[in-house]
Ligand binder design. Structure first.
Ligand code: 5GP
Length: 187
């Protein structure tokens, strides 16, 4: 049975990645989203098993010990990991999207060289800063931390297969959908 293709999407905090990915998933009903496990608490509106599997540190460590992750990493004082079993299962059905940060992305690419890495960038650095401030829920310390992290993430973009600009959500989603369609055409 032909397996689906794996697409890994990363982008700096504040770049609007979740909104873009939502649009991508809405437009291509065949695509599946790989649900990561995390120790961070759910945000309002998030549901266990949809955005993430919300687990505690003990459960996460148990999953590590059992070798259940394709990769895992710490981010913002929480753990995030890609469970292998559900990813394999989804790949049997078709194409799968992973929303993970660069360290995780490179770890997956090493194990699955056929994975396509896509990096979302903001239209400009000013726009990224404006969006980060616009979130309104964050202290100066958190903003500074996010900006530093965003700077580092932006420096990783050359290691990705594709870089797409998020000027508007629709256009950015369309670019990602084209990449996914082009990969399918290559087979
Ligand atoms: P958030 O907490 O805002 O949903 O995600 C924070 C960061 O963790 C994002 O950059 C997201 O891409 C990343 N992330 C989500 N799931 C995983 C995962 O399974 N592994 C890794 N390495 N990063 C992840």
């Amino acid at each position: 049975m032909r397996k689906g293709n794996l697409f890994i999407v990363s982008g700096a905090s504040g770049v609007g990645k979740s909104t873009v990915l939502q649009k991508v998933m809405e437009s291509d009903k065949q695509l599946r989203f790989s649900v990561s496990a995390t120790t961070r608490p759910p945000r309002p509106g998030e549901t266990d098993g949809v955005e993430y599997y919300f687990v505690n540190a003990e459960q996460f460590n148990e999953m590590i010990a059992k070798g259940e992750f394709l990769e895992y990493n710490e981010h913002n004082k929480a753990m995030y990991g890609t469970p292998i079993a559900q990813l394999e299962e989804k790949l049997r059905d078709g194409d799968v999207i992973l929303d993970i940060e660069p360290y995780g992305a490179f770890a997956v690419k090493e194990k699955r060289p056929d994975a396509t890495l896509i990096f979302i960038v903001p239209p400009s650095q000013e726009e990224l800063e404006r969006r980060l401030w616009g979130r309104g829920d964050t202290s100066l310390e958190q903003i500074t931390m996010r900006l530093e992290r965003a700077k580092w993430e932006m420096e990783q973009q050359d290691r990705y297969d594709f870089v797409v600009v998020n000027d508007t959500v629709q256009e950015c989603a369309d670019r990602i959908l084209h990449i996914i369609a082009a990969k399918a055409d290559m087979e």
